[in-house]
Design a protein around this ligand. Structure first.
Ligand code: PGA
Ligand code: ZN
Length: 461
């Protein structure tokens, strides 16, 4: 079907859409879409989570036990070829909002369960890549053009939203996974990621270099202490069989000091607790504490203590995605001095984020494209976060590929923070390397890491 405004000769007219099944960093099948316009083509590969939230858009898998353990995505691929392609050929790939509207309409379900968010996101992102190629501009420029005009009003605007730097393009602060637990590393620790943030770095490159030094120092220390120093989890963080969480924090602090940096000044810490994944009907079950059941209040007490005792400035999913009471309490107690990121809680979903803002829950939101399923919806949630004064963090998934779109997205939108994983495994480094490339361009190289970092460790306790 041709859209009336798109002449056959327009370089961004969609001519053909291909899809195929490839493999991600865990050797799991995933969808790649390649979209051809008259003036150029583009392609995108969809990532996949392990500690997924129950409210995420649907990742359509074959569930055919005869092939690839049932994890095949041939149905999603087929949906691109037989349903989406005929509907979008002739449309304008540069009109991202319309492409994404058509995709959602064609699917017709709330959580993209019919066509699959993996099929839909592949097409949505491939359209952006192709439109950029056809216009002979880089992806980051194209994404910035899409980002700028999006405006949202949620009626709950925060004074922080008027800060001029928010949402202007620039290089994000990397939140880098150093020690992994939870579903990403054999569940030896209950909490999923222990991260380092180069908050005091003068530039993005310097910050990343610090992180690389710390990573290698940590490997040496873990090995010397008799742990499996170089075995890494899904995101490249080390997965040693430590006895408890505080040991992970202490190892990390020692590694920072070993390379001559100051914890809390040059490099701060963050934890992705991913609490949804050890939450049971009876409470939070901590294997590290011999299977004890903890209440939300006890967890909050622990985080209150830790964020005073250690330079921990950010906590992600400190409570489960249905524990709104716990979230309200932790926001009240810690929200003024600690970044509280909703990942499973918000699932990049505008409606859930709005609910969070209305209930004064969290003060930051993780942004993952495949949690919601289209580029336009992702940009809208991101704008909503800025409007509400919630700090956005662009994030990869634990199952990733060589696709680096999120690096361009983080810079184009000036999100301010990015969480890709560690500085090992090429699906992670591909994105850091793209950020380094972008840092060479003066129009994009404003370092937002320092400027945007709102929560500084107060050194108390
Ligand atoms: P996931 O983990 O991609 O396995 O969901 C990432 C995260 O929890 O932030
Ligand atoms: Zn998370």
């Amino acid at each position: 079907m041709n859209s009336p405004g798109t002449s056959k000769r327009s370089p961004t007219r969609i001519d053909r859409i291909l899809a195929r099944e490839l493999f991600d960093s865990r050797g799991k099948p995933t969808v790649e879409v390649e979209l051809f316009c008259s003036g150029g083509s583009g392609r995108a590969i969809v990532p996949s989570g392990a500690s997924t939230g129950q409210y995420e858009a649907c990742e359509l898998r074959d569930h055919d036990a005869r092939r690839l353990g049932g994890a095949g995505v041939s149905r999603a691929v087929q949906n691109v070829l037989s349903e989406i392609s005929p509907r979008l050929v002739g449309q304008d790939a540069a009109d991202q909002a319309e492409i994404d509207r058509v995709l959602c309409e064609l699917d017709g379900t709330v959580n993209k369960t019919r066509l699959g968010a993996n099929a839909i996101l592949g097409v949505s992102l491939a359209a952006a890549h192709a439109a950029a190629a056809a216009a002979h501009i880089s992806l980051v420029d194209h994404l910035h053009q899409l980002w700028k005009p999006i405006s949202v009003s949620i009626g709950l605007e925060s004074p922080a939203a008027s800060q001029p730097t928010l949402g202007a393009p620039g290089l994000p602060l990397p939140m880098v996974n150093m020690i992994s637990g939870g579903l990403h590393a054999g569940q030896n620790l209950d909490f999923q990621d222990f991260l380092a943030l180069p908050v005091g770095a003068p530039t993005f490159r310097q910050g990343l270099e610090w992180i690389v030094d710390i990573y290698h120092a940590l490997a040496t220390r873990l090995t010397a202490a008799g742990y499996e120093g170089c075995l890494v989890g899904d995101e490249g963080g080390f997965g040693p069989r430590l006895g408890d969480h505080e040991q992970a924090i202490e190892f990390l602090l020692a590694a920072i000091e070993q390379v001559g940096l100051r914890p809390g000044v040059d490099v701060s810490l963050a934890i992705d607790v991913a609490a949804t994944h050890f939450h049971t009907a009876d409470g939070y079950r901590l294997n590290c504490q011999r299977g004890e059941l903890w209440s939300a209040g006890q967890l909050i007490d622990l985080f209150d203590r830790w964020t005073r005792q250690y330079p921990i400035v950010s906590l992600e999913d400190p409570l489960s995605d249905d524990d709104w009471d716990g979230w309200r309490e932790i926001t009240m107690r810690l929200g003024g001095r600690v970044q509280l990121i909703g990942d499973d809680l918000f699932v990049t979903n505008g409606a859930r984020l709005r609910q969070g803002v209305e209930n004064r829950v969290a003060n930051s939101v993780l942004i993952k494209l495949n949690q919601i399923g289209t580029l336009t919806e992702t940009l809208t949630t991101l704008k909503m976060a800025f409007a509400a004064g919630y700090a956005p963090v662009i994030s990869a998934r634990s199952g990733e590929t060589e696709d680096v779109t999120i690096a361009d997205l983080a810079v184009a939108t000036g999100a301010g923070q990015i969480k890709i994983g560690s500085v090992a495994r090429s699906e992670r480094l591909a994105k850091y390397n793209q950020l380094l490339r972008l840092s060479e361009r003066t129009e994009w190289n404003t370092w937002l890491g320092k400027e945007l970092w709102r929560f500084r460790w107060n050194g108390a306790g």
